[in-house]
Write a protein that binds this ligand. Structure first.
Ligand code: GTP
Length: 237
């Protein structure tokens, strides 16, 4: 495993200067961009650091936004994960649209003992959905601090409905007590990103095949002819 710290930003504006080039290059899924969002103190840094270093420190610097680059092996293939651990949002306006566009996958975190953090997570998910409407990216909803189970403030029904509505990958994690739950978040989402990229590439190859393009064109011409015939028939009636 190699871990490389690439940069930091103290900006908390809606569209801070991106830490990385926000133009997308997929490299056949060899690189995956993760964006970690959520209200202050829900455990974004704890989750990210736990995943990268195996450690739970307990006290983190919340002033800085960090970008990490991490090489790992996923399903037998080398993959580099770029992870932006954001500073934490107080309101939706603190989310950077540039970063949402940069991401191949977004991890939206809330803490189970903080109902407000769930409400903000809800708004963030809706925002991602609007910004990325044409590109279906895997979005993970992470209920962190699951070790504080007796202080759970968010109902299962509410969660199930929300996840179904937005097609979210749901995870319950405890950065402090269960590293395996944290690994699962990054592994499942990175795998989904790779699957989606492969599907998109396959479709692009299929569509760029001249025989397929010609067939589609012929089908479209028939459709246009049929539509014209139908229109002229209905206008004479
Ligand atoms: N009990 C418990 N505490 C946690 C867990 N994860 C994080 N914490 C604690 O929650 C507090 C906030 O954690 P951070 O990782 O700094 O949260 P953050 O979302 O990065 O916060 P900002 O950077 O301010 O946005 C710290 O005191 C952590 O020790 C967890 O799974 N369980």
């Amino acid at each position: 495993m190699s871990l490389e710290y690439l940069g930091e930003s103290k900006s908390g504006q809606r569209s801070p200067k991106p830490l990385v080039d926000t133009k997308h290059s997929h490299n056949n899924g060899k690189e995956v961009n993760f964006l970690v969002l959520g209200k202050h103190s829900v455990g974004k840094t704890a989750l990210t650091v736990r995943y990268l270093t195996k450690r739970f420190i307990g006290d983190y610097n919340s002033e800085q936004e960090m970008l990490y680059s991490h090489c790992t092996v996923l399903d037998g293939k080398h993959v580099t994960l770029h992870i932006i651990d954001t500073r934490g949002q107080d309101k939706l306006e603190d989310v950077s649209e540039d970063q949402v566009r940069w991401a191949d996958s977004v991890i939206v975190v809330f803490a189970i003992n903080d109902k407000d953090s769930f409400e903000l997570a809800r708004s963030i998910v809706e925002y991602i959905h609007n910004v990325r409407e044409n590109t279906n990216i895997p979005v993970g909803l992470v209920a962190n601090k699951s070790d504080l189970i007796d202080r759970n403030d968010v109902s299962d029904t509410e969660l199930t409905r929300f996840c179904a509505e937005f097609n979210l990958y749901f995870f319950e994690t405890s950065a402090s007590e269960a590293r395996h739950s944290v690994i699962e978040v990054f592994t499942v989402l990175a795998r989904q990103v790779r699957i989606m990229i492969k599907k998109r590439e396959k479709l692009t190859r299929f569509m760029s095949n001249p025989a397929v393009a010609a067939k589609l064109q012929i089908q479209q011409s028939f459709r246009n002819l049929a539509e014209r015939a139908w229109r002229s028939r209905t206008s004479t009636l």
